[in-house]
Design a protein around this ligand. Sequence first.
Ligand SMILES: *[C@@H]1O[C@H](CO)[C@@H](O)[C@H](O)[C@H]1NC(C)=O
Ligand SMILES: *[C@@H]1O[C@H](CO)[C@@H](O)[C@H](O)[C@H]1NC(C)=O
Length: 412
Amino acid sequence: MQAILTGVLLALSLKVCGIAPLNLRIVGGEDAEAGTWPWQVSLHRNNFPFCGGSLITKDLILTAAHCFQGPGDLRVNLLVYLGRDTQQNSNPNEVSRTVSRIIVHPDYNDSPNNNDVCLLQLNMAVDFTDFITPVCLASSASSFPAGTQTWVTGWGTRLQEVQVPVVSNMRCSEQSSRSEVGLQDEGPCTIDVVDTTSLTHHNFLEHYAYRRPVILTGTTDNTKFRFLCSKTNLLGLFGDRRIRLSTANTHSYRKVDVSFQEYVDYLLKPQSADVLGSDTLYFFGDNNLTEWSPLLDHYQPPPFRLPGTSTAFSFGLAGPGTGVPFHWHGPGFSEVLYGRKRWFLYPPDQKPHFHPNRTTLSWLEETFPLLPPEEAPLQCTLRPGEVLFFPDRWWHATLNLDTSVFISTFLG
Ligand SMILES: *[C@@H]1O[C@H](CO)[C@@H](O)[C@H](O)[C@H]1NC(C)=O
Ligand SMILES: *[C@@H]1O[C@H](CO)[C@@H](O)[C@H](O)[C@H]1NC(C)=O
């Protein structure tokens, strides 16, 4: 009798997982109804949601190891929300916990992202409710063949849900090797676009130079320079020259010298979304001005100047999906000769949330969609013939939507 009772109790307590009393499953839309996914948690650092996770016991969260990479004690300023419904405000059914222990899978590796799992131990157990319930874990014998229908949930402003079939390992690795996500979209343009002929230097200084970015059209005629920037011309002029590449992270730590021909042949290729910026080589700046003057001498910079500054050029060429993640420096202009470059900017006092070693592409895919409206950056996609002015110390990140040739004029 005792044994049977224990068995029943065990079965009952096991039965706690995976039950969502409020999941009526009539939802066809994208927002999940409150309580539909009661194991879904939201992880916040400094009050900013950065990852999701699942409750698996009264005090353990299963999440991704890539959410817990970085120096320092990652428990600091970390908060777990359970029973959360929207990121806009709290609701009476939610609770929050701090984390006492972070256990990253010992064999996690960030490229190609094997063993991307992590456990978080909550400082205090939670009580299960209709809105807070653990999910069931698969057993080691479970099998989920390709085509099995599953639900994926995750955070937008509200919790989102979508039903998708499981994809085979083979098809998955085929698809992730050609990352095109994020590159289809030019996004809206939320920066003033002004025709240079209708803007006096005085108005430029008064309205933009020290205040906000602006995109200038109809500035200078760079037909000749653009012609010289074609692939054939560039390789003909500079193929055998050595160029200096930088890693595409916020502080551009590492420099590598290669010939321009080698860069174009082997390194000028689409950026894959899961490679770190610190492992991506990018050709921009560090130009030997003596060697590159046969090209740069033909560049007509934008007509406006800031008093007391001189100009310096940085020339570059990079593949689709590449870009420099958030950083800041002095004021200047930037334009593309070929391709399109998407820009994201924040004023100096509004430091964006980003990881200094992750690429702009991964920021665009992972962080950008979660930004509340008041944290949205200014943005615009530049095409040839348009020149962006960025004021002093504005944060900015760039993303080349195509293979792009570009030049910046720094006002130092
Ligand atoms: C970024 O990458 C550099 C070089 O690989 C490394 O030294 C640094 O610790 C990394 N920074 C962070 C915040 O992970
Ligand atoms: C720039 O190129 C010239 C000509 O090849 C060379 O003499 C000079 O040392 C280079 N400068 C730097 C800083 O590499």
